[in-house]
Design a protein around this ligand. Structure first.
Ligand SMILES: [Zn+2]
Length: 93
């Protein structure tokens, strides 16, 4: 039955052909496109890149107190960085 369901990009992408195993897909845990190269906190190399990035941000932005690399608890893919800013009013003079 048609209707009563959302038509998204995937709907049109697979409208005229069946979806194959090799087609783009999304992780079931965090909904990220598996074909995208996303930093993963479980990877030693990626973690070093994440550390470098945060260290650099802390160096550049003196009003940033700490940065949390928020990642998927299942697969470890990096979702976002959450910055905690210092509450020091003197920074805003
Ligand atoms: Zn995930």
């Amino acid at each position: 039955m048609k209707g009563n369901k959302p038509l998204d990009r995937d709907y049109f992408k697979y409208k005229d052909r069946p979806k194959r195993e090799s087609d783009k897909d999304f992780t079931s845990c965090c909904g990220l496109d598996t074909s995208r190269d996303i930093l993963n906190v479980k990877s030693k190399h990626d973690w070093e890149l994440i550390e470098d990035y945060i260290e650099e941000q802390l160096r550049i932005y003196s009003n940033t107190e700490k940065i949390t690399p928020v990642s998927c608890e299942v697969c470890g893919r990096l979702l976002e960085y959450v910055c905690k800013l210092k509450q020091d009013k003197n920074l805003w003079r």
